[in-house]
Design a binder for this molecule. Structure first.
Ligand code: PAF
Length: 285
């Protein structure tokens, strides 16, 4: 496995791969890799001639300086894991290599068609501009045939699908991959590293309540189910819901029935902000 740190070297490598007609898969990550990322990389390795994994803590998508500073970084451990999974290349640039000073200073403009006005977008202004900025750059540099994203960040996946369409990355297929969970049900996240063992036990209640809401939803309305989830999670000492919204899986707009619905939650467990989601079985499943 080769670690690439400059755009120039990446560009040379991609050109050579394209000349050899190799198919390229891309897994964009911010490092601190866990089994959730590993599942994306395994799939990428199995579906493409060459798997490229980017490891870049993207400063333009953080609207909280402390969150950016505290984001776990361990490139040596990440590289070891990626090598064992069969990735061919890791792209790990510095922020200065990735962005000009102007790009760092200005907010990247993109028409989200409303997808950024709900949930994470509402809570973290500018966050998705930074995500689109970095992912569109990676798409231009790596020119992948397929790009892999986890469904845990469901809103991000919906936005990347829109970006791919609007920016005409017509040759790139976006692959959404299911959430990977611990045996306890806790959704894997790099942020889990910041939870103590006791907080982890507490955080398990997030997925428990989401799962139980599937039964509750059978006999209650969308808005009653939203309120029930918020009340049930907040009843657990140490958890505080920021939002729980049941929305359409494509448009992320509020729904009045469960037929194409996903429930997305953000919960503070102590100082750590965790997200999770659950799809409600509807008529389209
Ligand atoms: O999901 C993430 O880890 C990041 O948002 C991504 C897609 C790698 C962009 O920085």
């Amino acid at each position: 496995m080769q670690i690439i740190t400059t755009k120039e070297e990446l560009c040379r490598t991609v050109r050579a791969l394209k000349e050899q007609n190799k198919t390229i898969g891309l897994v964009p990550t911010m490092g601190a890799l866990h089994e959730g990322h590993a599942s994306l990389v395994r799939r990428c390795v199995s579906e493409n001639d060459v798997a490229v994994v980017s490891v870049f803590v993207n400063p333009t998508q953080f609207n909280n300086k402390e969150d950016l500073e505290k984001y776990p970084r361990n490139i040596n451990r990440d590289a070891e894991l990626l090598s064992s999974l069969g990735a061919a290349f890791v792209f790990a640039p510095t922020p200065e290599e990735m962005y000009s000073a102007e790009e760092m200073a200005e907010r990247f403009a993109f028409d989200f068609g409303g997808l950024d006005e709900v949930m994470e977008g509402k809570m973290r202004p500018g966050h998705f501009n930074g995500v689109v900025q970095v992912v569109s750059k990676l798409f231009r540099m790596v020119q992948p045939d397929k790009a892999y994203f986890g469904e845990k960040d469901y809103q991000q996946l919906a936005i990347i699908r829109r970006m791919t369409k609007v920016m005409h990355f017509d040759d790139i297929k976006i692959i959404g991959c299911p959430i990977v969970r611990e045996a306890s049900g806790l959704a894997l996240s790099s942020r889990n590293e910041r939870l103590s063992e006791a907080e982890k036990q507490t955080a398990v209640n997030i997925s428990r309540v989401l799962r139980e809401s599937l039964s509750y939803a059978k006999t209650h309305s969308v808005s009653d189910t939203e309120q029930w989830v918020i009340k049930s999670i907040n009843a657990v000492s140490g958890l505080e819901v920021e939002y729980y919204e049941i929305v359409d899986r494509t448009t992320l707009m509020p729904v009045s029935d469960f037929s194409h619905a996903i429930g997305c939650v953000t919960v503070y467990c102590g100082p750590v902000r965790l997200i999770d989601n659950i799809k409600y079985p509807g008529t389209c499943d």
